[in-house]
Design a protein around this ligand. Structure first.
Ligand SMILES: Nc1ncnc2c1ncn2[C@@H]1O[C@H](COP(=O)(O)OP(=O)(O)OP(=O)(O)O)[C@@H](O)[C@H]1O
Ligand SMILES: O=c1ccn([C@@H]2O[C@H](COP(=O)(O)O)[C@@H](O)[C@H]2O)c(=O)[nH]1
Length: 240
């Protein structure tokens, strides 16, 4: 019989920007974002406090700008702005499904969204609002995975849940190597030393140092987020 009590009281959910495209080539697929929000609604119903860090890979990545000759820091600021767009779309979709969401940006853009202020974010979470952290860490040369580790540690999340297009951490990128096999669990040191590309080493190292576990799972798989939150064995656990 499934557990009725969630395994976590407060989670930091890292949503892949790339997954927002659904089957499209670029941008935000409406049905996909609505489906993701429906999954989030389910976990708020069992009383879990939810903070979200959203990626920007469906719109722009700094590395792409850098590779065609742009100044890398400028390109990274463009990437951070892409995450603000995704955060706005996500909060709007949440609103439409009855959730109260607050977007907080790591870069100053006050006419659009409020700035990230830690005590305010904690207050929103206590009030049952979903907090969407936009603009990553606010610094170039980082990623939203590192922002997820950073914000997760700051808000005292019990776990970082990386919701992505693959269903866990594999021995190699399963999209490129069909012979790759999935880990049920592995340590941060193993993930870093094996150079597993699912997340960047900075994010892994920060979570390791803060003893903040990460669970990687598929956001494409219906009900997977709820199963993770209820403590079921879904995806891959990375731990200290
Ligand atoms: N060892 C590995 N195990 C699993 N996936 C891997 C691995 N190495 C690389 N990947 C790839 O990493 C991708 C996950 O990265 P994802 O796009 O979710 O993160 P992201 O770059 O943070 O996304 P975004 O920037 O769009 O938010 C998977 O789709 C997979 O193809
Ligand atoms: O702290 C951060 C977070 C992100 N960026 C830039 O944004 C894009 C999109 O983020 P993803 O993590 O790839 O989804 C990223 O490629 C960086 O260019 C950043 O500079 N700092």
């Amino acid at each position: 019989m499934p557990n009725a009590i969630p395994a976590h009281k407060r989670i930091l959910l890292k949503l892949s920007g790339e997954a927002l495209m659904g089957d499209d080539q670029f941008g935000i697929n409406r049905a996909t974002i609505e489906r993701m929000v429906a999954e989030i609604v389910e976990v708020t119903k069992v009383g879990v406090q939810v903070a979200v860090v959203i990626g920007g890979g469906n719109i722009f990545r700094g590395v792409a700008g850098g590779s065609v000759g742009m100044d890398r820091a400028t390109a990274d600021y463009m990437g951070m702005l892409a995450t603000v767009m995704n955060a706005l779309a996500l909060a709007d979709a949440m609103d439409k499904q009855g959730l109260t969401a607050r977007v907080m940006s790591a870069i100053g853009i006050e006419q659009v969204v409020e700035p990230y202020v830690r005590p305010k974010a904690l207050q929103y979470l206590e009030e049952g609002k979903v907090v969407v952290f936009a603009a990553g860490t606010g610094n170039p040369f980082f990623t939203t995975d590192t922002a997820a580790a950073l914000r997760g540690a700051e808000i005292g999340a019990e776990v970082v849940l990386k919701a992505t297009k693959v269903d866990g951490v594999y021995t190699a990128d399963p999209v490129k190597d069909p012979s790759a096999t999935r880990y049920d669990k592995l340590t941060f040191d193993e993930a870093i030393s094996r150079n597993l590309g699912i997340m960047d080493a900075t994010a892994f190292a920060l979570c390791r140092d803060q003893k903040l576990p990460i669970r990687v799972f598929s956001i494409v798989k219906p009900g997977a987020l709820k199963r993770v939150v209820m403590g079921e064995n879904e995806g891959t656990l990375v731990y200290a």
